[in-house]
Design a binder for this molecule. Structure first.
Ligand SMILES: Nc1ncnc2c1ncn2[C@@H]1O[C@H](COP(=O)(O)OP(=O)(O)OP(=O)(O)O)[C@@H](O)[C@H]1O
Ligand SMILES: [Mg+2]
Length: 420
């Protein structure tokens, strides 16, 4: 039996008060679906739950339409006990095939009072469960003339079959559901496009950065070659530090990418924070000397061996120090690193400089991945990695204005298991 074609409003006039109440409730539920949910998976499950309630059905399933293959495939099915069955994408129906296919082809509801008498009925879902289908109502989901899928409500609660009022209620419900589904799909598509665009930008930035470092390496290798073949010591002295610096930059870049790429649980161990800072400073000695930077390290108020991930904290110090070294002026640059213990088992790590500072407007953005003001000289991963490590330790990092006039990065690291 297909849906009657009489005037849309006339059936409403004939509806009994409790049926009118059902209609209002159904519309209210559908409205909540349309307005509140944009996550496609959540929406699909909610549609099934609501459809069961609205149609007073024992079970319900949703088939989505794949326009490329012109097939319907099962997305979700909700049984009587509320368990989701795993029919996902396994079973496909051509438009016109089965009862759902018939509803899709005719773009009209199909109300089957006794499936045993209908040759179009496939019992594949029944075969996989103890469920027995007696009657069902298949409703096409159509949004702006496009077929989105088919909703099937199965077995009217109480042993009867679905009525004309059920059919109209489901028609209204499905129209709103179809537009909610189409909206959620559109949002997902846009998000995917945005993610791909962001990924493309990130890859382009990283490739550019790598190319820059490689260019520096190639230049210094040429000079080293000439120095070796001509026995020219001056060429060797000039190019060797450049080459060394390039290998450091490449290895830092790779370490940052690895640190950023997946969540990590810190490998906490009692750590000698003073030596970690000294190690990071030594890596920088060459550059600091060249730039004539005055570096001071103060760990005098660090009265415990905090339990931290040494390798990860080394990365943070290195990143903060690199940024400070980049920021300080050519003449008279000053960098101050201090680490001190505070009450509540917290260690503070601070790096201050007398550079240009971080303007108020970008103080949050500097911690975003790939945010950099250094063009192809920076990937914008340094501070993102540093914040990630701080947060993985249960801590945080902020940037303020240093008493020296430049930037002051303050990293708070809770470390419960400290030893005196
Ligand atoms: N000490 C600082 N003084 C001034 N600006 C800073 C300082 N540290 C960071 N910044 C700003 O924050 C931005 C992001 O820093 P981040 O370390 O994440 O990336 P980057 O240094 O640009 O590149 P890289 O990935 O090579 O570290 C920098 O480009 C810079 O604009
Ligand atoms: Mg940096």
């Amino acid at each position: 039996m297909t849906s009657p074609t009489h005037d849309k409003a006339s059936w409403l006039a004939d509806a009994a008060p409790d049926e009118l109440r059902r209609i209002v409730v159904a519309l209210y539920r559908a409205h909540r679906l349309v307005s509140a949910i944009t996550d496609l998976d959540v929406l699909l499950e909610r549609i099934l739950e609501e459809s069961k309630q609205v149609a007073q059905a024992e079970a319900c399933s949703l088939l989505l339409y794949d326009p490329d293959s012109e097939e319907l495939y099962f997305q979700v099915a909700l049984g009587e006990s509320g368990d989701l069955q795993t029919l996902k994408r396994e079973i496909r129906l051509k438009v016109g095939q089965g009862i759902a296919g018939a509803a899709a082809a005719a773009r009209e509801c199909v109300n089957v009072i006794d499936v045993g008498q209908d040759s179009r009925f496939y019992d594949f879902a029944d075969q996989r469960s103890n469920f027995r289908t007696r009657n069902l109502l298949a409703v096409p989901l159509i949004d702006r003339d496009e077929l989105v899928g088919v909703l099937e409500v199965v077995n009217k609660v109480g042993g009867a079959h679905f009525t004309g009022v059920d059919l109209h209620v489901m028609e209204m419900f499905s129209a709103l559901t179809a537009s909610a589904l189409a909206n959620a799909r559109l949002i997902e598509k846009n998000l995917r496009a945005e993610r791909l665009a962001a990924l493309g930008q990130a890859v382009a930035g990283m490739s550019h950065h790598t190319k820059n470092i490689l260019a520096g390496m190639t230049g210094s290798v040429d000079l080293i070659d000439q120095g070796l073949s001509q026995g020219n010591q001056e060429f060797l002295h000039q190019s060797w530090p450049v080459f060394k610096r390039c290998t450091e930059r490449i290895s830092n870049f790779v370490e940052d990418m690895l640190a950023y790429s997946k969540p990590r649980v810190p490998m906490r161990r009692p750590c000698d924070l003073n030596s970690v800072i000294q190690d990071a400073c030594e890596t920088f000695q060459g550059l600091l000397v060249v730039k004539k930077v005055g570096l001071t390290v103060d760990t005098s108020r660090l009265n415990r061996r905090p339990s931290l991930d040494e390798r990860a904290i080394y990365r943070c110090v290195l990143n903060l120090l690199t940024n400070a070294a980049d920021a300080v002026p050519r003449e008279g640059g000053r960098i101050r690193i201090s680490a001190y213990s505070a009450s509540g088992n917290v260690v503070w790590l601070e790096v201050a400089d007398n550079g240009s500072g971080v303007p108020e407007a970008i103080r949050e953005s500097v911690f975003d991945p790939f945010f950099s003001t250094k063009g192809s000289d920076g990937t914008g991963l340094g501070l993102a990695v540093t914040r990630k490590i701080a947060e993985e330790h249960g801590g945080s990092i902020v940037v303020e204005t240093a008493p020296e006039g430049g930037a002051l990065f303050r990293m708070c690291l809770p470390c419960e298991h400290t030893t005196e």
